[in-house]
Ligand binder design. Structure first.
Ligand SMILES: Cc1cc2nc3c(=O)[nH]c(=O)nc-3n(C[C@H](O)[C@H](O)[C@H](O)COP(=O)(O)OP(=O)(O)OC[C@H]3O[C@@H](n4cnc5c(N)ncnc54)[C@H](O)[C@@H]3O)c2cc1C
Length: 305
């Protein structure tokens, strides 16, 4: 596609790459290259890039912090984009309204909001993703979900090439679900509103204890993507996987964590095919032992057999 490459170079300069490795852009550290890759700094660039891709019939896939994706060993066909530059910014006004770019990091938001005495975002402490990835996934914990304080999201529609705003109530959120998982929309920004805490110290204490809990229960400092499976109704995937005796099960360089059974860790240069095979072993064993079908929470990008 020489013409496409030339046009993209004109729009993005050195931020456009062909055959670009993606593994290092994910917390799993796994996966092959994107045919084309670009870091996007403005809405104008996003519109121009997606317009060229559409003309040439090239699929566009958004990547956030890469903390909930398993990228195929063969990589991703078409163009992978990452929002960067001003998309990482956010502002907080005195009433607790937050306007954040989709590339703003959740850990930073959690910290800054807590410092200013706002409560609610600390439910997401320890979730390493971005605002865009968080809304796409409706990231959450037992303490709350990203949708809880969301007012609206601004998105770019790949279908009609336009920007529009979605009120949170119209987005169709569920457990680790948003309607953006079906539509072809790129989330570019979000507006939240957080209440002031009665006591600022309570928020920081809560953050501390939630973080400590994670350190005890999760394999921190390893390459992973958090929970691999969604919890089935009324139960926990981790409980079922552990009860099935699957902790420590290994496939190539990937292993079911001894610390948290719903985590798979890339121990030693694991391939996506290793992780995929392990996912199938876990699913089959849990189905045979308990009659429960586990659905994946991790998003697979690229082709998997
Ligand atoms: C140690 C660890 C702990 C975790 N704990 C939790 C937890 O407690 N709760 C929880 O919910 N998750 C958890 N996660 C998973 C992950 O952090 C969340 O799902 C997060 O919301 C993903 O955000 P991201 O920016 O990394 O998205 P990515 O992983 O980059 O992408 C995830 C999906 O979102 C899409 N996407 C990303 N950005 C956009 C955008 N701007 N527009 C449209 N689509 C987009 C991608 O195409 C992909 O399908 C954890 C992960 C790790 C590594």
């Amino acid at each position: 596609m020489p013409a496409f490459k030339e046009k993209l170079k004109k729009i993005l300069g050195s931020r456009f790459k062909a055959n670009h490795p993606l593994a290092a852009l994910t917390t799993f550290g796994i996966g092959g290259p994107a045919d084309y890759y670009g870091e996007i700094h403005s809405r104008e660039e996003l519109q121009a890039v997606c317009g060229e891709a559409k003309k040439t019939d090239i699929a566009v896939t958004a990547l956030g912090f890469g903390s909930n994706v398993l990228i195929s060993d063969q990589g991703v066909r078409g163009m992978v984009i990452r929002l960067d530059g001003n998309f990482k910014d956010f502002s907080i006004n005195r009433e607790g309204a937050v306007v954040a770019g989709a590339a703003a990091r959740l850990p930073k938001l959690v910290t800054v909001l807590a410092e200013k005495g706002y409560q609610g975002m600390e439910a997401l402490v320890g979730v390493p993703g971005t605002v865009g990835g968080g809304i796409f996934m409706n990231a959450g914990t037992r303490e709350g979900e990203i949708k809880d304080h969301l007012l609206s999201a601004a998105v770019f529609s790949l279908k009609d090439g336009r920007f529009c705003d979605w009120a949170a109530k119209d987005i169709g959120f569920g457990y680790r679900h948003s309607s953006f998982q079906k539509s072809q929309d790129i989330i570019v920004a979000a507006t939240f509103k957080f209440p002031l805490a009665e006591n600022k110290k309570d928020v920081s204490n809560r953050i501390k204890s939630l973080m400590e809990r994670r350190k005890i229960t999760q394999p921190v400092d390893t390459k992973n993507v958090g929970s691999i499976f969604q919890n089935p109704p009324g139960d926990y995937a981790a409980r079922l996987i552990e009860a099935a005796g699957l902790k420590g099960t290994r496939m190539g360089g990937a292993v079911v964590s001894d610390r948290h059974a719903n985590f798979i860790v890339n121990l030693e240069q694991a391939k996506a095919s290793d992780v995929r095979a392990l996912i199938e072993i876990v699913r089959r064993t849990v189905r045979e032992k308990f009659g429960v079908d586990l659905n994946t929470e991790v998003r697979m990008l690229g082709e998997f057999r």
